[in-house]
Write a protein that binds this ligand. Structure first.
Ligand code: SF4
Length: 434
């Protein structure tokens, strides 16, 4: 096993190694993370750290806390964007499979966590690294009788049989696509190739599909597989990222693609000095929801060489580019067209489709169904009546543009409007309703 800092590593206590390895895991967003840092206060209960515990969602929608940790940060590879790359000067640590099991079960018994998200740097060959990860999950399941949720990282380049074995014990696995293009990989992660990253995805998709029972959940990887992509480390456009995302969902049946705005912790000579703004990440997540639940294709949403408009969300942007489609009569429009109306989410479209079977809908009914009329009104008629701002695209665009969206006549949001906009943005981020 490669060891760049043998003296330091051997002298570290278990606590110190756990601190290093939870810190090292925090940049991986292929499971959701709290991301907050807050100190405990005297007389208060608890504190919050960006590393260590993250949250994920089970297939039945429950939010669970996971111990998020690396087995090792002692990497053989030198991916330029990564804090744990070989050339980085930082303390290195490794945990044994048994140590990880003890920590996981100890935390579980103390009610800190309900599961484990285990990743690792490639501290030995891909095969040896994957073997140790697999050994950990097998130990947890068989010797420690742990039935909690386990998300395990797949190491690109490892033996496919190891993946088959790991997939029998893990709930979810992920392998990070890392960068949106082969050119980006060549420049920033020359030890990785697109083929080596996609091969485990293909393998896992095949065995999970083969294990699907007639009804119910797959026996292998019941929570499926995910990936993460770094945004903003290379010049790749949102259009390119979205095409790749669409391909990943189609070909490998991924549960989620996570986007991670590049954090400047890598080699500064090859990378942008500043991270991309978080709005870019947000727009990609919005478009991702549109691909998965709203019937849009990547091609419809954005040309390959373009980035998303910062001012309006991707659904509004599409609606503004397609005036010939609107306004739609809410009482007669097909369900799949309702989904294309800004301000009508999946749930409200479904409610509309059900309710109009028995009655003609009016604007008051839409409000009760949680349709965001401030957006939707410009694109619909309701029982023949139109309450929007007309066909002038420039005016319409100004109505939909944040942060003026929801502004009063003076251009300033009132407190109530600001609060409503915030609530709406939060709701949209959680539910994907657009
Ligand atoms: S393989 Fe690359 S991305 Fe993964 S830990 Fe090593 S340097 Fe970082």
């Amino acid at each position: 096993m490669t060891n760049l800092f043998p003296a330091l590593r051997s002298s570290l206590t278990l606590d110190e190694r756990v601190t290093i390895l939870t810190e090292g895991a925090k940049y991986d967003v292929s499971c959701s993370s709290s991301g907050s840092a807050r100190r405990g206060v005297r007389g208060g209960l608890g504190d919050c750290a960006p590393a260590g515990i993250c949250h994920s969602f089970t297939p039945d929608g429950r939010c669970i806390s996971l111990l998020k940790i690396l087995m090792s940060n002692d990497c053989l590879y030198n991916c330029k964007y990564c804090a744990n790359r070989r050339e980085a000067d930082l303390p290195r640590a490794t945990l044994t499979p048994r140590e990880i099991c003890e920590i996981t079960v100890g935390f579980y018994r103390r009610n800190y966590i309900e599961g484990l998200f285990l990743s690792s740097a490639v501290f030995a060959s891909p095969n040896e690294t994957m073997e140790r990860l697999t050994e950990t999950v097998i130990l947890l399941r068989t010797e420690y009788n742990f039935h909690g949720y386990v998300h395990l990282k797949a190491i690109p380049g490892c033996d496919p049989q190891l993946l088959d074995l790991a997939a029998r014990y893990a709930d979810r696995m992920s392998e990070n696509i890392e960068l949106p293009s082969s050119a980006g990989l060549k420049m920033l992660a020359p030890q990785k190739t697109k083929e080596a990253i996609l091969a485990p995805m293909e393998r896992l998709a095949t065995i999970a599909q083969a294990s699907l029972p007639q009804r119910g959940r797959a026996k292998i990887l019941p929570a499926g597989q995910t990936t993460q992509m770094i945004v903003g480390a290379t010049p790749d456009t949102d259009g390119t990222i979205l095409r790749l995302t669409e391909g990943l969902y189609r070909h490998y049946r991924l549960k989620r693609v996570y986007y991670s705005a590049y954090v400047p912790v890598g080699n500064p000579s090859l990378l942008p000095v500043k991270p991309p703004d978080l709005l870019r990440e947000n727009r990609l997540y919005q478009a991702d929801w549109l691909l998965r639940f709203y019937g849009f294709t990547a091609e419809e949403l954005l040309p390959t060489d373009k980035n998303f408009d910062r001012a309006v969300d991707p659904k509004c942007d599409w609606a503004l580019r397609h005036p010939e489609v609107f306004p739609l009569e809410i009482n007669t429009a097909p369900y799949e067209m309702l989904l294309r109306v800004p301000g009508i989410g999946v749930k409200s479209a479904w409610r509309i489709a059900r309710a109009r079977e028995t009655a003609t809908l009016r604007y008051e009914d839409l409000q009760k169904m949680k349709v965001v009329l401030r957006r939707a009104a410009h694109f619909i008629t309701c029982d023949g009546k139109y309450n929007g701002c007309g066909e002038n695209r420039a005016i319409l665009r100004s109505y939909l543009t944040a942060p003026a969206f929801g502004a009063s006549e003076e251009g300033q949001m009132t407190l109530t409007e600001a609060a409503n906009t915030l609530v709406e943005a939060k709701r949209s981020a959680l539910t994907g309703e657009l």
